[in-house]
Design a protein around this ligand. Sequence first.
Ligand SMILES: [Zn+2]
Length: 179
Amino acid sequence: MVSKKTKSKTKPAKPAAKKTDLIRDILVESLSEDHVKVIDKLNKAKYDEDIASDLDVKATIIRTLLNDLHENGLVEYDRSKNKRTGWYTYMWRRRDEKIRDYVKGYLSGKINDLNSKLNDETQNIIFKCSCSRVPYDAAMQSGFKCNECNAEFIEHNNSEVVDGIVGEITRLNSLLSQT
Ligand SMILES: [Zn+2]
């Protein structure tokens, strides 16, 4: 449907810093700025308390962020028991080798979702009332009148919506090819 961006001839390699920025931006979009601040702090292995004091944030907040990152496979830890207190301490490490895969997976997932959305938009005649948009079948079943807002369903020219989705797919494919 949407042609994948063809690789252009021999492009000069992008400077490394640019690529790092790009990956960082995508991580912020998929997780949050706070998660990425924690990733940035893990340029070497650290205890969660140290990251907390570096960022001047409560350790409990840092642990929550680290757990999110761990669920996504972006960090790992070594646990050790403090013999004196009997408490466990956690030394965290960033998994640089996983970050690129994660970013690629995130972009691919979004592209898939958008492709099926695009499919819905192009395979259906879309109707619109005051509160929502529905495919033809749904509009017909309710007698072309919305049960929610009582307005009449009118055929909606969805070319702007389609253009928006196609534009977003193009943007994400371009990001994917650069990561
Ligand atoms: Zn409605």
